[in-house]
Design a protein around this ligand. Sequence first.
Ligand SMILES: *Cc1c(COP(=O)(O)O)cnc(C)c1O
Length: 380
Amino acid sequence: MSKPSSRRPFSEALIRPLVRRLRAYAPGEQPRVKGLIKLNTNENPYPPSPKVYQAISDNLNGRLRLYPDPRARQLRQQLAKRHDCREAQVIIGNGSDDLLALATRAFVEPSSGTKNPSKATIQYFTPSYSLYPVLTDIHGAAANPVPLTSDFGMPSVAELKKKGFWDFRAALTFITTPNAPSGRAYAPSELERMCRAQQGVVILDEAYVDFAKESALNLASRYPHVIVSRTFSKSYSLCALRIGYFIGPPALIAALDKIRDSYNVNGLGQVAALAALRDRAYHRACLRRIVATRARLHDALQALGFEVLPSQTNFLMTRPPVWPAQAWLERLRAKKILVRWWPQPEVRDYLRITIGTEEETDKLLRVIESILTRASSRGK
Ligand SMILES: *Cc1c(COP(=O)(O)O)cnc(C)c1O
């Protein structure tokens, strides 16, 4: 019998140190609990257009054994038409996450491969989408996280210059707009000033823009270094099918196109996205409902003593009264309502609540009221 060895097990030693050390992205929970009200991952509470189901079932016959269109031509043409740009400015991904990862590989040097630190720098504001630091680590690049202002505003270019920790030459800058998890949107003029100050590629991640008043999409046609990222996951209710896209300058789009998997976009996703895109009336009606529910929930929470940040997304960032946010997370979970909370200091006083259906919102408000009533009857 051999003595216990202090050496690392053999399999571990085969893994690149970078991957061994890596902390993977932590997605929100997807529990399958009956009757659960799921307000934790910003999914659309309404199903996709009925035309999506029809398109999928029309394509189930026979097509499953064939490879999908590797270039997703129809969908790209339709998106180019919709956004008034050229087909060469559009690339589709297996969700926009796929494209965000491709962008790190196309535009950023790993830290070990360059003498110029900016070429290996990926920068973003905090808090914003928590995938960016993970993509940075996976690529072996250097992260430059820069805090937003205390009310989650974007510091001005002048402030960033004065403070000196923003890298205007960073190879890649991610800006989530409207921002997650704060829900706050940035004006196109403000975004344009930021873009103009950057030397490297800027990706404006507009995952939530359909719930907002305005978009900065036209910057992607006017600047040689600006890309706008969109997804069918949120406003089109197609999370499960994984369709996202970038609009950007043809040269940058062509670079991404070179390094993607040839079949990165599944066939059912392509037909579903096309059908969803074509049913504009359904999409608009769905957005109207969510925006109306957002306004109602905003006011109702405020009336119950919650501090609620203005939102241009399908979620509300809110600071609850009486107990710490984490305690609210647990009390709501006990009542089968799932919301999102993070332990990081700049957000740990907040809960992020996805906008649900009207009925789910009624239930949420009833549960919150009952929790508060019990609190006051116990003298807290
Ligand atoms: C949901 C989300 C995405 C990813 O969307 P997929 O297309 O589903 O990969 C990207 N960015 C932000 C900020 C998001 O919230």
